[in-house]
Ligand binder design. Structure first.
Ligand SMILES: Cc1cc2nc3c(=O)[nH]c(=O)nc-3n(C[C@H](O)[C@H](O)[C@H](O)COP(=O)(O)OP(=O)(O)OC[C@H]3O[C@@H](n4cnc5c(N)ncnc54)[C@H](O)[C@@H]3O)c2cc1C
Length: 512
C-alpha cells in the first residue's frame, strides 16, 4: 500500500516535532537512550512512523525509530543500542532503492543523510574522501568551489536518472552511469570505512579487509554502516554531445563504432508508445566525445527546467507520441553542444512527481513508476528488444521511459551484477497501486527477467524483488554464498532489511 499524503505529512510532523522538543521532554520520552544516541534520534516509535521509497512508493514500511547520526560516534551509539536491545538496524541514504533494501519492518532506521561532509581532497592523486550520506550535487559543488580555475578533477560516473542520491547508496548498489567503457562504481572506490556489528570501525580497500570491500560494495547495507568513502576522480574534460535518431537494430554497431572513435559516454533512449511501429524500435542515440580543452562550453539556452520536466512527464503518460516528438526535437537541438564531462552527468528529477501527475491525469487510484534493468550480451540486444516489444504489448504494460546503456565486466564485487560486458536495458513501467496493477507489474518484471535469461543475460537486484527463486539463482549463482557471508560478518544480524528477510526466507533450507 502506498503512503498517503496525510500519513506522510503526519510522519513529517512527528519527525519535526521530536527534533524540536525541548531537551528535558526529549530526555523523558527517550529515557533509555544514551546521550550520543539521543542526539541522533529523529523520531521514535509511533503508529504513524512509516517510511517509503521515493520513486515507486511501493515500500511503505513501519519503523521503530529514525536516527540521523552526524558523526562516527553517533553511528557507534546506535549500533551499541541495537546490540543491547536486539532491535535490528536498517540503513538508508536518499531512499531511492525499490526492493526494500533500505528499510526493515519495525527496525531502527539509520538515515545517513546528515553525514554529508567532504573530509579530505587529495589534489595530487585525485581522490576525494566524503561521508557516506553526501549526495552527488553537493560533491560536484564542492569540487567546483575547491579547485582553481576550471578545476582539474571530476567524478567519473554517477546514476543517470536522478542526482540526489547518496554515495553510500551508490556503493551499496554498486551503481553505474552511462559510460561507454566503464565498470560499475566499485572501479572508482579506493577505500571506505565501515562500522561493523560490534561498533568497530574497519578500513576496507583492495589491500586491507579486501573480502569485506568486495562484499559491502553491492552488498545492500548488510555488512555494516559505511561512514566514509574515498572516491577516485579523473581529469575532467570537455565533451561534445552528438545526437542522432536511430533504429534499435543499428544500435549495437553504432555503440561499437562510437567506442572505437573514442567517445566516453552515451545512451539510447527508445520510443515507448506501444501503439506505434517505433515502440522499442527507434530512439534517440546520444554520445559524448572529448574535444580540445580550448573549446568553449555552450551557454545553455535549452536547459531542462523542472516545469519542462513535469510537462514532458505528463506527455509520457498521456500523449506518448508527442512526448517522443518533443524529446527528440529538444535533444537534436542540443547536438554539438559542449559540456564538462562531470556536469553533463546531472539529470532532472522531481521527488514525488507522481502525486501532482495523478491529480492532473485524474487518476482514480494512485500510481507511480517502477524501474527494472535487464542485462543481455550486446550481440543479443536486438533480439531481446524484439521479444520485449511483443511481450510488453501482450501484457499491455505501460512503458514510461526506457534506455539502453553499456557496462564493462566487474570482476571485483562479490554479488557482481555485471558478470560480463552487457548491454543494459532500463524500463520504467507505470504501476497502478491496486491489486491488479501490482500483479500486472510483477508479471511484466518477471517476464522481462525470463527474456533476459533466454538471451543469456541477467537483471539488477536494486529495483524490485519480484524475481522468482530460480531467476535469482540463474542470474546470481553466488546468492546463497552471499547470504552465508553476511552471517559470517554479521553473526547477530544487526543489519537487516525487508529485502534481506525476503531472500533469507527464499533461500531457507526448507524452501530449497
Ligand atoms: C529515478 C532513479 C534513477 C536511478 N538511476 C540509476 C542509474 O542510472 N544507475 C544505477 O546503477 N542505479 C540507478 N538507480 C538506483 C539507485 O542508484 C540505487 O537505488 C541507490 O542505491 C540509491 O541510493 P540512495 O542514496 O537513494 O540509497 P537508499 O535507497 O536509501 O539505499 C540503497 C541501499 O544502500 C544502503 N546504504 C545507503 N547508505 C548506506 C551506508 N552509509 N552504509 C551502508 N549501506 C548504505 C541501504 O541500506 C540500501 O541497501 C536509480 C533509482 C531511481 C529511483
Amino acid at each position: 500500500m502506498p503512503i498517503s499524503r496525510r500519513e506522510f505529512l503526519g510522519f513529517l510532523k512527528i519527525s519535526c516535532a521530536v527534533a524540536a522538543w525541548p531537551a528535558p521532554l526529549l530526555a523523558r520520552g527517550a529515557a533509555k537512550y544514551s546521550a550520543p544516541l539521543k542526539a541522533t534520534l529523529k523520531s521514535q516509535a509511533s503508529a504513524e512512523n512509516f517510511v517509503n521509497d521515493i520513486h515507486s512508493q511501493l515500500n511503505r514500511t513501519r519503523v521503530a525509530a529514525v536516527y540521523t547520526p552526524n558523526s562516527v560516534q553517533g553511528v557507534r551509539a546506535i549500533i551499541h543500542s541495537a546490540k543491547t536491545s536486539g532491535a535490528p538496524l536498517s540503513i538508508c541514504g536518499r531512499r531511492h532503492s525499490m526492493g526494500g533494501q533500505q528499510f526493515g519492518t519495525d527496525n531502527m532506521l539509520v538515515d545517513m543523510t546528515s553525514m554529508n561532509r567532504v573530509l579530505h581532497f587529495d589534489k595530487e592523486r585525485g581522490i576525494v574522501e566524503v561521508e557516506a550520506g553526501i549526495e552527488w550535487p553537493a560533491l560536484l559543488d564542492y569540487l567546483k568551489k575547491n579547485q582553481e580555475g576550471d578545476g582539474k578533477w571530476g567524478i567519473v560516473q554517477k546514476q543517470t536518472g536522478a542526482d540526489r542520491l547518496s554515495i553510500g547508496g551508490a556503493l551499496a548498489s554498486n551503481v553505474h552511469g552511462r559510460g561507454l567503457k566503464f565498470k560499475p562504481i566499485i572501479d572508482q572506490v579506493e577505500a571506505f570505512t565501515l562500522m561493523n556489528y560490534d561498533g568497530e570501525l574497519v578500513n576496507c580497500s583492495r589491500q586491507e579487509n579486501a573480502e569485506l570491500f568486495r562484499l559491502a560494495i553491492g552488498g545492500y547495507g548488510l555488512f555494516g554502516i559505511v561512514t566514509s568513502v574515498q572516491l577516485r576522480l579523473w581529469e575532467r574534460q570537455k565533451v561534445q554531445r552528438i545526437v542522432e535518431i536511430c533504429n534499435t537494430a543499428e544500435i549495437p554497431q553504432r555503440f561499437a563504432q562510437r567506442i572505437k572513435d573514442g567517445y566516453l559516454y552515451g545512451d539510447f533512449q527508445f520510443a515507448t508508445d506501444s501503439q506505434r511501429e517505433s515502440f522499442l524500435g527507434r530512439g534517440v542515440f546520444s554520445c559524448y566525445r572529448p574535444v580540445a580543452p580550448a573549446t568553449p562550453i555552450t551557454e545553455n539556452p535549452t536547459r531542462f527546467h523542472p516545469e519542462d520536466w513535469a510537462r514532458l512527464t505528463y506527455y509520457t503518460h498521456k500523449y506518448k507520441k508527442r512526448a517522443f516528438d518533443v524529446y527528440t526535437k529538444r535533444y537534436l537541438a542540443t547536438s554539438g553542444q559542449i559540456y564538462w564531462s562531470d556536469w553533463q552527468l546531472s539529470a532532472a528529477y522531481v521527488d514525488n512527481y507522481h502525486e501532482a501527475l495523478d491529480r492532473k491525469l485524474g487518476a482514480p487510484v494512485n500510481a507511480t513508476e517502477m524501474i527494472t534493468e535487464i542485462y543481455v550480451p550486446r550481440e543479443k540486444l536486438v533480439e531481446f528488444m524484439e521479444d520485449a516489444k511483443r511481450i510488453l504489448r501482450q501484457q499491455q504494460a505501460n512503458v514510461i521511459y526506457g534506455t539502453v546503456r553499456l557496462i564493462e565486466q566487474d570482476t571485483e564485487s562479490f554479488l557482481a551484477w555485471a558478470r560480463q560486458s552487457w548491454a543494459c536495458v532500463i524500463f520504467n513501467l507505470h504501476v497502478t497501486h491496486n491489486a491488479e496493477g501490482l500483479e500486472r507489474a510483477a508479471n511484466s518484471f518477471r517476464s522481462l527477467i525470463d527474456l533476459g535469461l533466454k538471451h543469456g543475460g541477467s537483471y539488477y537486484l536494486t529495483y524490485h524483488r519480484y524475481a522468482r527463486r530460480e531467476q535469482v539463482e540463474a542470474c546470481y549463482p553466488q546468492f546463497k554464498n552471499f547470504l552465508q557471508m553476511k552471517l559470517q560478518y554479521d553473526p547477530q544480524e544487526v543489519f537487516q532489511s525487508d529485502w534481506y528477510r525476503h531472500y533469507k526466507k527464499m533461500f531457507a533450507a526448507e524452501n530449497l
